[in-house]
Design a protein. Structure first.
Length: 123
């Protein structure tokens, strides 16, 4: 079943004639995760667009020059806020998982895939 998402509802999404464009793999993954959570009825698309708009406005108020390079960072921050608000994950667990990924990234040699230890999220 194909999901239709209204890209026009999203503020300033980087895209070309074929759809969204991503500079890094994680950006595409964050986009896909958001679509999947929408498909699972965790939130409506208009609710998602509002959360993203609020996150972008917050970042701009804090001095983000909004040159496009930080768009998916705002996307990810909005998604994190939304899933914690919806109690899909609690903020402490999310923080622990993020820290585990940072540590895994820092110990990974350049050019190698980052691998999260199986029990890293339990620390």
């Amino acid at each position: 079943m194909a999901t239709v998402v209204d890209l026009d509802a999203l503020p300033a999404i980087p895209r070309d004639a074929e759809g969204p464009v991503f500079r890094e793999p994680w950006e595409a993954q964050a986009f896909a995760l958001t679509v999947k959570l929408h498909e699972a009825c965790l939130f409506t698309w208009s609710e998602w667009a509002a959360a993203l708009s609020q996150e972008i406005a917050r970042a701009q108020a804090e001095g983000d020059p909004d040159l496009g390079a930080t768009y998916y960072r705002h996307w990810l921050a909005a998604l994190e806020r939304l899933v914690t608000a919806k109690r899909v994950v609690d903020a402490a667990a999310l923080g622990q998982r993020k820290q585990a990924w940072i540590q895994a990234y820092e110990r990974t040699p350049h050019g190698q895939p980052v691998q999260l230890a199986i029990d890293a999220h339990r620390r």
